[in-house]
Design a protein. Structure first.
Length: 203
């Protein structure tokens, strides 16, 4: 999403300065004018749309499931992890969705995805749920040797990732959408997704 924001900036004629921050701080920072655009793996959910506006969809995915490599069971659904302690990232759509199922003895909330991976890697956490592309990328880097991404797992919370702006910034949103359309058409988005180990699947 950082690469994409940079490309949009080039196309739309504005400079992009990246400010890394906690996922849960993104919307408050946007509405408080500390940042102007949210370019993160953020689902354009109905609740978030009440507070901010989103661009056209960038791509679509659901949660991925990670477990320790020593756990070789084929988990196809959340039901298969009934009664266990699982982890998810604060501020994401996955936390409430997991809690609402009533399946798990506890849903531990972590600040970052690497924190989830660290506990699964160390055997302190039975399973972790997080953004599939980010899990795949972290594991591709070889940082968590004792964690595996469960291939046969079917995600429940599927959402569309888009770029977030303040509701008052209609002109900026129009520029972003125009650039997105151009970058989709010329293959730039597909190239960026490929670079990060993802497939372009947005309509």
């Amino acid at each position: 999403m950082v690469d994409l924001a940079t490309e949009i900036g080039k196309d739309a004629g504005f400079s992009v300065q990246i400010e890394p921050m906690q996922f849960s701080a993104l919307i408050p920072s946007l509405t408080a004018n500390k940042i102007d655009i949210i370019a993160a793996a953020m689902f354009a959910t109905a609740a978030r749309k009440e507070v901010i506006d989103f661009s056209e969809p960038v791509y679509t995915y659901g949660e991925g499931l990670v477990v320790p490599k020593t756990d070789t069971k084929a988990y196809a659904s959340q039901e298969d992890l009934k009664g266990t302690v699982v982890g998810a990232q604060v501020g994401t759509a996955f936390v409430d969705a997991l809690k609402k199922t009533g399946l798990f003895s506890e849903v531990k909330v972590y600040d970052t995805i690497p924190d989830i991976l660290r506990d699964v890697n160390a055997g302190r956490l039975k399973a972790g749920f997080a953004d599939y592309p980010i899990l795949a990328y972290n594991l591709q880097q070889g940082n968590f040797a004792d964690v595996r991404l469960v291939e046969g797992y079917k995600p429940v919370t599927v959402g569309t990732v888009a770029i977030g702006v303040r509701k008052s910034d209609t002109e900026l949103l129009a520029k972003i959408n125009a650039s997105l359309a151009k970058l989709k058409a010329n293959g730039t988005i597909a190239k960026i997704l490929e670079k990060w180990g993802q497939k372009a699947n947005a309509s």
